[in-house]
Design a binder for this molecule. Sequence first.
Ligand SMILES: [Zn+2]
Length: 464
Amino acid sequence: MYDILLQNCHIFGHDESDTLGIRNGMIEYIGNGVEKQAKKKIDLEGRMIVPGFVDSHTHMLSLGLSLTGLELSGAKSKDEALNKVKEYAKKAEKIIVGRGWDESLWKDRTYITREDLDVIEKPVILFRRDGHMATLNIAALRILALESRKDGILKEKELDLLDPLITPSKTVQKKALQEAFKRALQEGVTFVRDIVDANTFEVYKKMKHIPIGVKMLIYDNDANKSICNESSICGVKTFLDGSIGAMTAAVSDWDSSNVLATKDNLSSIAQHAWNMKLPLAVHAIGDKATELAAEVLSEGSHFKNSIEHFELVHDDLLQSMDRHIIASCQPNFLQWSLPGGLYERRLGRYWLENNNPYRKILDSGIHLAFGSDCMPFGPLYGIKLATSSPFQKQRISAEEAITCYTYEGAYLLGMEQIGKLEKGYYADIVILSNTLDRLDNCKVEATLVHGRTLYSSDSFKGLK
Ligand SMILES: [Zn+2]
């Protein structure tokens, strides 16, 4: 007898079947609607089911803090963002920390600067959406003895100076993580590869219950033996460049100092990870960074090393790259890849059509795992962009995009019983409102983790 029988559904990867049986949290049956014994039968009325999404690149604590704090990613103009900050500043908090502003979506496309924020008396720190830069007002700069900074902008490594000012209490952080997991379930995400520092790792350890699967990448400067021995750690993460939005990516004609490590530096970071039997994940966006990352990672091909973002890649690298290296990409970044968007303005015509070349990556036989980097969080948004891109080099099929967001993520993590709807796999299942040929307004109806329904929409609750 099955615990649950999902009936009358389209099953991802099984065109001929319409029924899936779950017992003890595992998938035990996939086939056709023959009458089966089950404690609960659900008629899905022709809906689609896919494996639980694996988000291969997340920052769950930041996501949670933006859900519970000052979130600016929805602001459609600088004025709107600044008004939100002023409103928020009225509440009694000592330091105002906001996240998510993105000038590339605004008409005048200028960064928020110190001048914009100096009208607020309390210290203000506002992170740009990519997390690679932040603007501070004079009150915040004063705390750091950086009053001379005219624009109030800090980038990359300098942002570490902010840690003592922005790190909330452990209780606030735990609550933020819980909110982030709730959001994950609403978006159909049942497993994440989360990127953490030692502090966040400690918060995780204090969590009593985590409803989804989590494996963590630890930043290289926190990658000591005691943390790296923990089974929840799946790799070490390092940065080789910055971002396109902050102009800190290692792009060929840009500032050569944007490459953050020499080949020798990167090799020794990699060796450190490999000595602890962990793969290395290298953040590399610009073409110079992706090339150096690929060169160094090819030395450790028995590990599942990955290049995070892998956005600006030349054809010859796709041809020559070691096939053991996994491309960990974010299809939601295509939101900046439309004509006239951030990529074209910053990088010109060539990279407009050649950034994030998912079609070419897959055709080259390179493993491609999808994640969101929480910009925004939610696989369906990225899947819709990757399947509807106007550029042939980017556009992939819905089946491919879902595979990159499920099975390929499981492959990257080395997890064998997730990422597919197959007998003997965990019943991590997402029920979608539409079939894949109608992705446009497709929504997550319900999310099952190990056979338990942990999220359901109102329309799903109505099903018998
Ligand atoms: Zn990231």
